[in-house]
Design a protein around this ligand. Structure first.
Ligand code: ATP
Ligand code: MG
Length: 308
């Protein structure tokens, strides 16, 4: 049983992130923990695995397991709506169209969807770590995830810049309106609150007793290379990948066919390479199943292998 509160599953497209994270979450729940499984992948398939409509509200999947699907674009829309609501009372009605135009412009800039998604991730971490024993994140393919996880640094730098500028504005207001007495600035307060939230999330993400990063890969050349790169990149941001799930390994029956025997030999070479290259990570090897994994029973069949 993992003692970590937060577990992220990363990896290249199609290697089995959704399958492994779902099986792992289910395993933890079967052991009696309260678990929340969160998918940040736009092509959600938790729905197919658990035969339940999930969406952006916490939904019960099994007795101890809840699920949540979050989508960057939808989060961005919801987020912008919220910002517009908040700003309503703060500016004069005649200035609102211009302010809305500025907000829409910011919303369509590159990275805006990811920022909104990250904001939601942070909220989930802060909101649910007290109600669940574990929160398991099934992420979208590698590049995207890494960018997302390094966002707190970027966001903090950005917010600090905004805070500085805002401080000048507030100071000017104070001397103009209030004989130099400080005035309450709601935007400054909002930014400070965001800063507080992000640094709190950062302390969670960087604490390897609380948060764990697991990578899923198949025993093949390109996934090995990509995993290596991802581990290095995360390390630059002080995040350690502590375990690897080597998925879709050919079963022993493969030796009964000359063709598959040869493939299995090739695979053994890659497994050896994985052992030698990734010395800091614990590893588990999950065999390729006869068919796609599409039900709770099939997910449970993977439990004996997920001893990570
Ligand atoms: N051990 C396994 N044996 C057989 N099929 C598997 C195994 N692991 C995963 N699959 C199948 O491989 C396909 C891809 O798996 P999955 O959706 O979990 O990958 P993913 O990494 O989440 O993909 P994406 O990057 O698109 O989100 C699915 O059809 C799944 O059922
Ligand atoms: Mg997936």
């Amino acid at each position: 049983m993992t003692t970590h509160k937060i577990v992220f599953f990363g990896g290249k497209g199609g290697v089995g992130k959704s399958t492994s994270s779902s099986a792992f979450a289910l395993q933890q729940a079967d052991l009696g923990k309260r678990v929340l499984l969160v998918s940040t992948d736009p092509a959600h398939n938790l729905q197919d695995l658990f035969q339940k409509r999930i969406g952006h509200k916490v939904t019960s999947l099994t007795k101890q397991l809840d699920g949540l699907e979050i989508n960057a674009q939808e989060e961005s829309k919801r987020y912008i709506k919220g910002v517009k609501e908040n700003i309503k009372g703060l500016v004069h009605a005649h200035r609102l169209p211009e302010v809305h135009r500025q907000i829409d412009l910011a919303a369509s800039s590159p990275g805006a969807d990811e920022s909104a998604l990250f904001d939601r991730l942070v909220s989930i971490i802060l909101e649910h770590t007290s109600t669940y024993d574990s929160i398991i994140f099934d992420t979208a393919p590698t590049g995207h995830t890494i960018r997302l996880l390094t966002l707190p640094e970027l966001m903090e730098a950005w917010i600090n810049g905004m805070l500085k500028r805002r401080k000048v504005v507030t100071d000017n207001y104070s001397s103009l309106l209030n004989d130099g007495e400080p005035v309450e600035d709601p935007i400054y307060q909002t930014l400070m609150e965001r800063k507080r939230k992000f640094s709190l999330a950062r302390t969670w993400l960087l604490d390897n007793e609380k948060t764990r990063f697991l990578y899923v890969l198949t025993p093949e050349k390109l996934p090995i290379e990509e995993t290596d790169r991802a581990i290095e990149q995360l390390k630059k941001h002080q995040m350690d990948v502590s375990g690897l799930i080597v998925n879709k390994c050919l079963p022993d029956e493969a030796n009964n066919s000359a063709f598959f025997k040869q493939r299995k030999q090739l695979e053994e070479g890659y497994k050896e390479e994985i052992q030698q290259r990734f010395t800091n990570q614990s590893k588990v090897f999950v065999p390729l199943q006869e068919r796609d994994i599409a039900s709770v029973e099939e997910l449970r069949a993977l439990h004996p292998y997920l001893t990570i």
